[in-house]
Ligand binder design. Structure first.
Ligand code: DX5
Ligand code: ZN
Length: 233
């Protein structure tokens, strides 16, 4: 009988994209007790049509929390900036497979001592990330098209989440499978049941009156979904 693999630990990663940028340090302090990771969205106005933050802001936030910085690089030329993000205090970086030169980028991240993540947009197939599964710590399946917070969860990405989790289990890899976009206490259920274990949430955390309670609620909903799955008709 096959031994079921133990699923990697469930984590919630609040995204500061939806926090008040005028008070980022306070937002991070507020969320730290209920967050496993802090998701930092970096946008270059080229890979995505929006601009956000760079290494100086990461360095400033590093002074305020010991949380793992899960740095999501939605940028066309990550090779140019990886070292700066590492020096600023990023713990893990995730690059998009769509920007190309993936093997080189993953090796560069590994050499820099970063935890290595690879992201795929909603319309990028599993086959694009499949060759790299044994070179990464995390696969990020985008559940919205990157660029903005507050968009609706794209449930059609779930078959890809299942493919990644199944392939990782088959290969004996304890990969983190992260979902990002439109995650709240409801959509997280389907994502967790599909095999995701890291849940990024921006507006469903910082857009709520009690961000700490909201973050804890998302994690609890994910854990409940896996431990006590809802019955389907
Ligand atoms: C979108 C970003 C997300 C964003 C998620 O491009 O990568 O991390 O902050 O925001 P919500 O949770 O509001 O969809
Ligand atoms: Zn993100």
């Amino acid at each position: 009988m096959a031994t079921p693999m133990t699923r990697p630990v469930m984590r919630v990663a609040p995204s500061i994209l939806s926090a008040d940028f005028g008070g980022l340090a306070e937002a991070v302090h507020l969320i730290t007790p209920g967050a496993d990771w802090l998701h930092v969205d970096v946008m270059d106005g080229h890979f995505v049509p929006n601009l956000t933050i760079g290494p100086p802001v990461v360095a400033s936030l590093r002074e305020h929390t010991g949380l793992f910085f899960d740095t999501h690089l939605m940028i066309t030329d990550p090779a140019r900036y990886l070292e700066a993000f590492r020096d600023a205090g990023a713990d893990g970086c995730t690059v998009h497979v769509e920007v190309g030169r993936t093997g080189e980028l993953l090796a560069q991240m590994r050499d820099l001592g970063l935890r290595v993540g690879l992201a795929a947009n909603p319309d990028t197939p599993f086959e694009a990330v499949e060759p790299f599964l044994d070179q990464v710590d995390l696969i990020l399946c985008m559940t919205v098209f990157p660029g903005f917070g507050g968009q609706s969860f794209i449930a059609e990405v779930m078959p890809k989440v299942r493919q990644v989790r199944r392939a990782a289990e088959t290969a004996g890899l304890s990969l983190d499978v992260e979902v990002d976009g439109g995650i709240d206490e409801h959509t997280v259920v389907e994502a967790a049941m599909s095999g995701a274990n890291v849940f990024v949430a921006g507006s469903a955390v910082f857009g709520r009156p009690h961000p700490l309670v909201a973050a804890k609620g998302i994690l609890r909903a994910a854990e409940d979904a896996v431990n006590d799955p809802p019955t389907r008709p």
